[in-house]
Design a protein around this ligand. Structure first.
Ligand SMILES: Cc1cc2nc3c(=O)[nH]c(=O)nc-3n(C[C@H](O)[C@H](O)[C@H](O)COP(=O)(O)OP(=O)(O)OC[C@H]3O[C@@H](n4cnc5c(N)ncnc54)[C@H](O)[C@@H]3O)c2cc1C
Length: 303
């Protein structure tokens, strides 16, 4: 039998009713398929579970790391000492607030939220259909695609601070901008979000979602592990175009490669380490700066 660490033992004693898993490989919880073991992973089902975990973390002086679907993170090869709280799936539920508003729990995938909206004849969320993350992850970094972004539909967000206090932030408190929200600067955890949509025609909504999905399939390396676009769009340019013009498609470090299908993606061709990805990101940044004088900034969260 594997001996538990002191921290694992303590969490098991303090929160016996929460789903805790020990020594989970983060590569199994991230779309990049990269990352060593998390000492503790917790899967809270609701706000009470989350509060217990946060209060216990504070007592044990252990700052929690929050994970949604793991589609925008690069987890470290050496893993994470401490606790990773994963909200995907378990932190679940979508409901109608009124005729045009839906409330989604943070662990719901954006695809499910968009399908729910479509099934209720609500338009405005089609762009989110192919984004593989959760509502929590989407709000956190103001996810967007094909001209739409979370900031256009987000009415309010319920958050919990590290002491377990819950409050609601209205749209104008969220400081949304391109791939940014105030939540990237605070330690608050997104519990749920309310999206305001408009009445639409179910057939039109579904065909728009289908069209956007086929554009995605045609242009992105969806058959390979990645974390989506590796770089933010620099003002006045497209990252993928600069990378392609610098001749970097197919550039490799270990198992990490600049995708030959879409230069904005870095893919794991098999067995890539986090260090491979980080080195490749730096090489791309350096080459694009040398060739064009433009500084690329990673969009992927480098843990
Ligand atoms: C194939 C592919 C295509 C993609 N296409 C797009 C796209 O078109 N547009 C786009 O914007 N992104 C895209 N992405 C990136 C990614 O899906 C989005 O950034 C998504 O919003 C991340 O959500 P997540 O749940 O996976 O977050 P994670 O990757 O799990 O987390 C990302 C960050 O958010 C924080 N976080 C997550 N949940 C919470 C929460 N509840 N409270 C507080 N902090 C939280 C985490 O701590 C972390 O720092 C793509 C990714 C892939 C793999």
């Amino acid at each position: 039998m594997i001996e538990l660490t002191d921290l694992q033992q303590r969490f098991r004693e303090y929160v016996p009713d929460v789903d805790l898993r020990f020594g989970q490989p983060l590569r199994n919880h991230t779309s990049f398929r990269i990352g060593g073991n998390a000492e503790i992973m917790a899967f809270p089902k609701n706000a009470d579970d989350l509060r217990e975990l946060l209060i216990t973390s504070a007592i044990l002086d252990c700052k929690p790391v929050i994970l949604g679907a793991g589609t925008n993170v690069l987890a470290p090869d050496e893993g994470i000492t401490g606790i990773v709280i994963c909200l995907k799936d378990a932190f679940d539920g979508i409901e109608m607030v009124d005729d045009c508003c839906i409330r989604c729990m943070a662990g719901v995938t954006m695809t499910r939220a968009a399908v729910f909206a479509a099934n209720h004849g609500l338009t405005g969320m089609e762009f989110a259909h192919g984004i593989p993350g959760t509502v929590g992850g989407g709000v956190y970094m103001n996810a967007g695609a094909y001209g739409g972004e979370i900031s256009q539909i987000c009415e309010s967000v319920q958050v919990m601070d590290l002491q377990g206090n819950v409050r609601t932030l209205d749209k104008d408190e969220l400081d949304f901008s391109y791939r940014h929200s105030i939540l990237t600067k605070t330690n608050d955890i997104i519990i749920s979000a309310v999206f305001r949509l408009q009445p639409g025609n179910v057939y039109d909504i579904r065909s728009k979602m289908k069209d956007l999905m086929s554009r995605r399939t045609a242009s992105q390396p969806l058959d390979m592990p990645s974390a989506g676009s590796a770089f933010k769009r620099p003002e006045g340019y497209y990252a993928a175009a600069l990378i392609e013009q610098a001749g970097l498609k197919g550039l490799r470090v270990g198992g990490a490669e600049v995708s030959c299908k879409h230069a904005g993606f870095i893919v794991n061709t098999g067995g890539a380490s986090a260090n491979d990805v980080k080195t490749l990101i730096q090489q791309v940044i350096d080459r694009v700066y040398t060739d064009f004088g433009v500084t690329l900034e990673p969009e992927i969260r480098l843990w």
